[in-house]
Design a protein around this ligand. Structure first.
Ligand code: HPA
Length: 270
């Protein structure tokens, strides 16, 4: 796996020697954000040797290197999901790649279903912790010693310090911010009401199909991690509504302006 990572890094370094300080994974609704920053270089996933390529409609697949308020960043426009059929190791390869490119901090964003009944579609949720019990760990397999230890601590995956900064950013932007625990399930199907009752009893506030595995891989290699979910819908059974991808995208698009504003402020502040 480390060899594969090195090969991808070499492939990117042939195109750019840009050194990002911070990495951002753009979830649904933030798809256009990358076009709004000061772009230095775009590298398509398909142009990186051995790179897992995303298949989801509406997800662009590229790294965008550039500046947000003078901060050198790498943005992932389109992520790789486990439900596409990749191994978890491949799913987190892009995260690791951004780490070895030099990013010390990573902001993870996503669209998620609201499990906490006090949430509303269109809310933003600061991720304070996560549950990944229902998906394989990306750290299974031979440990990549070059990146981190065999049994990494996960007692503070989402940096308390960065959480504090994000709360202040949201306040400064005048954007209300919920907070809670994100649970990652495999997808691609949405959950049943019984599954949502289960994850609620586990302590989850939001449910999605990404992010937590990336957070784990980033922590493993010592990056500082933070995350924000856009609650695009109430999870199955929390409201009577049936779920569909169009609704998720619609809500994400509706609040995209605020999400972009918050993300810009957070990138600068963290
Ligand atoms: N479940 C899982 N993933 C999601 C959801 C959901 O309800 N909404 C957006 N991503």
């Amino acid at each position: 796996m480390y060899k594969k990572l090195e090969k991808c890094l070499k492939s990117i370094r042939k195109k750019t020697d840009f050194k990002p300080e911070k990495a951002v994974i753009l979830g649904s609704g933030l798809g256009d954000y990358a076009e709004k920053i000061k772009i230095e270089k775009v590298v398509k996933y398909t142009d990186i040797e051995d790179f897992p390529v995303s298949t989801v409609q509406g997800h662009k697949g590229q790294f965008v290197f550039g500046y947000v308020k003078d901060v050198p960043v790498v943005l992932m426009q389109g992520r790789v999901h486990y439900y596409e059929g990749y191994s978890m190791q491949d799913v987190v390869l892009p995260t690791r790649l951004m780490g070895v490119m030099g990013a010390k901090k990573i902001l993870l964003t996503n669209a998620a279903g609201g499990v906490n009944p006090s949430f509303r579609p269109g809310d933003f949720m600061l991720i304070t912790d996560h549950i990944t019990t229902a998906v394989p760990s990306p750290l299974i397999g031979p440990n990549i010693e070059e990146l981190g230890t065999r049994f990494p601590d996960m007692s503070e995956v989402y940096s308390k310090n960065l959480q504090k900064i994000i709360r202040k950013s949201a306040k400064d932007c005048g954007i209300p911010l919920q907070e809670g625990v994100y649970v990652q399930l495999t997808g691609p199907n949405y959950e049943t009401p019984a599954e949502i009752r289960m994850v609620r009893s586990w302590g989850a506030d939001a449910v999605g199909m990404s992010t937590a595995c990336e957070a784990m891989a980033a922590r493993h290699m010592g990056m500082e991690v933070c995350g924000i979910s856009c609650i695009t819908n109430m999870a199955a059974g929390v409201s009577d509504a049936k779920l569909n991808h169009a609704e998720v995208q619609e809500t994400a698009d509706r609040v995209a302006k605020d999400f972009e504003k918050l993300v810009t402020d957070v990138i600068d502040a963290i």
